[in-house]
Design a protein around this ligand. Structure first.
Ligand SMILES: C[S@@+](CC[C@H](N)C(=O)[O-])C[C@H]1O[C@@H](n2cnc3c(N)ncnc32)[C@H](O)[C@@H]1O
Length: 309
């Protein structure tokens, strides 16, 4: 995020935006919400308090921003395109909203630090969906929640439940850290220019406090479990390369802990018996709940089987 830009006062009024002449750059995800009813619905569902500081990413010409400014104590708007920064500036300058707005020009993902915010509301550029969500969940202090527009397919993966076709590593990783709720579908025709796909608005409420687990271990185990999400864990963990990987990890950790690796260690049998112990060997990742995955990791780690060295 670049340096904060102070909004200067002039005569232009909020609520109007002369965007007709502004060519939109779809490489930067510039699809502007043109239906005010959708903007109003997002605002309603965002339930912003008058004491809230809101982080908006990609304000564009400010359709959502001016409505957020009416609700919030402060809006911090991060925008990569200097033309949009100028447009937003022009739209809000000279209005009663201007002193609540802080524009941060630049790429939000390249900012070393994000400012403090209570809530994030954004019609996100789709190319940063995944890194944005994970960075949001790593932000401290944790925001109360975020209301974000995503490409519909991404939103479906975020909200998918065990057994759904879209249930994936993304679903599990995000739902480990947050309560995720689908709010509304938005057709591609509601944007100018229209994107290739429909969108959906999702509410993400971080679990606070977050679960107390070792994330690299969790992530390493999930990668293996989801290699083939329709296969049973037993058959995945039967694969030679995986047994070899886990044997190497076992030895590396034993070395660090100055423990002796049993001479008769048969890693294949050790993994098999751990799966039997956990009662999850015949489960498939696509049907497993977060609690199942947590139970599995606990069982592996208890028996010295690790996914991260
Ligand atoms: C989908 S448009 C949303 C525009 C406006 N908020 C609306 O709803 O009509 C996405 C906006 O994000 C901006 N943008 C794209 N990548 C960005 C990034 N990495 N950091 C900050 N802004 C970005 C684009 O320039 C564009 O203004």
């Amino acid at each position: 995020m670049g340096k904060t830009m102070k909004v200067k006062k002039t005569k232009a009024a909020a609520g109007t935006s002369n965007t007709q002449a502004l060519p939109f750059n779809t490489d930067k995800g510039q699809h502007i919400l043109k239906n005010p009813n959708i903007v109003n619905s997002i605002i309603l569902k965002s339930a912003i308090k008058s004491t809230d500081t809101v982080l908006e990413v990609g304000p564009g010409t400010g359709n959502l921003t001016v409505k957020l400014l009416e609700q919030a104590k402060k809006v911090i708007a991060c925008e990569i395109d200097p033309r949009m920064v100028a447009e937003l500036n022009k739209r809000v300058m000279g209005t009663h909203l201007h002193n609540k707005l802080e524009i941060r020009p630049g790429d939000v993902m390249k900012a070393e630090e994000w400012p403090y915010f209570d809530v994030s509301v954004a019609n996100l550029p789709y190319q940063i969906s995944s890194p944005f969500v994970f960075r949001l969940l790593l932000q401290r202090p944790l925001p109360r929640y975020a209301v974000l527009m995503f490409q519909k397919e991404f939103a479906d993966r975020l909200t998918a439940k065990p057994g759904d076709k879209e249930y994936s590593r993304l679903s599990v990783n995000v739902q480990l850290l947050a309560k995720v709720e689908h709010l509304m579908k938005v057709k591609r025709t509601e944007f100018r220019p229209p994107p290739q796909v429909d969108s959906a608005v999702v509410r993400i409420e971080p679990k606070n406090p977050p679960p107390n687990i070792c994330y690299p271990e969790w992530e390493g185990m999930l990668r293996l479990a989801f290699l083939r999400k329709n296969k049973t864990l037993s058959s995945i963990f039967h694969q030679k390369q995986i047994i070899e990987l886990l044997r190497q990890n076992y030895e590396a950790i034993a070395k660090v802990q100055k423990k002796k690796v049993p001479e008769d260690l048969d890693m294949k049998t050790h993994i098999e018996s751990t799966l039997v112990e956990s009662g999850l060997g015949e489960k498939r990742a696509r049907h497993m709940t977060i609690e199942d995955f947590l139970k599995l990791l606990l069982a592996f780690n208890k028996n010295g089987i690790h996914f991260h060295v």
